[in-house]
Write a protein that binds this ligand. Structure first.
Ligand code: IMP
Ligand code: MG
Length: 224
């Protein structure tokens, strides 16, 4: 088991398997008949996969233009539905273009559904989707990728561009972090959790004080 940052990693897809699958995906994409192809890589997670896949596309005779879009999907603590935000847009005009979106993982489908809808709305002729990993059973809405590298188990994975708090992107393989952080690191995490809980309580108390003042003010203005 490789160890990185003091953590044991269980490799799910090694570099050789990924390289071989990229060659197959490239052939599949070439056979799909995209014309005048514009590849759009979703940052940040797909940058390693996209870098390898576009070179595999060159190997099968395709000459795509390559662009980047930066999207972030996040969950608010109290709201279960994720919201996708456009952080950096593509520069190209996509009207009448065949576009292939590349992403690392298809999970809830929110990120890819957002990207695909955006490009179609802007007039793309055809929008295909290639993902390295598909985690089935997690979709928040119906969505299918056209080209899938591997079906992944429902585990949080890192490596090959994918991160945990910006770490592990450099790994040449896809892995699961197996062991718990070392004692010292765990204590630090616990400490920071306690600190952030205390900060949240202080914030809530402030807000509720402000809220009750505001409410009283509102009543006093409206009531004789
Ligand atoms: P979706 O919008 O829920 O499909 O989110 C997909 C995005 O979440 C991916 O592009 C990744 O950036 C991130 N993500 C989902 N699962 C994992 C994981 O296991 N490891 C790292 N990133 C993940
Ligand atoms: Mg992503």
């Amino acid at each position: 088991m490789p160890k990185v940052r003091g953590r044991s990693l269980r490799v799910l897809f090694d570099a050789e398997a990924i390289a071989a699958r990229n060659q197959e995906l490239a052939k599949e994409i070439a056979a799909a008949g995209y014309h005048n192809l514009l590849v759009v890589s979703i940052l940040k997670g797909s940058f390693v996969f996209a870098a390898d896949l576009i070179r595999a596309l060159h190997g099968v005779g395709l000459a795509p233009e390559v662009e980047f879009i930066s999207l972030s999907s996040y969950k608010k603590a109290t709201v279960s539905s994720g919201k996708v935000t456009l952080l950096r847009d593509v520069e190209s005009d996509v009207v009448d273009r065949d576009v292939l979106i590349i992403d690392d993982i298809l999970e809830s489908g929110r990120t890819l559904a957002y990207a695909k809808k955006l490009l179609i709305k802007r007039g793309a002729r055809r929008v295909g989707v290639a993902v390295l990993l598909n985690k089935p059973g997690k979709l928040a809405q119906p969505f299918a990728a056209d080209h899938v590298g591997f079906v992944a188990p429902d585990l949080f994975v890192v490596g090959y561009g994918m991160d945990a708090a910006h770490a592990f992107r450099e790994l040449p393989y896809v892995a699961v972090v197996e062991d718990k952080p070392a004692k010292k690191a765990r204590a630090a995490v616990r400490g920071s959790r306690v600190r952030s809980r205390a900060a949240r309580w202080r914030r809530d108390a402030d807000e509720s004080r402000r809220g009750s003042r505001g409410h009283a003010g509102y009543r006093s203005r409206r009531e004789p």
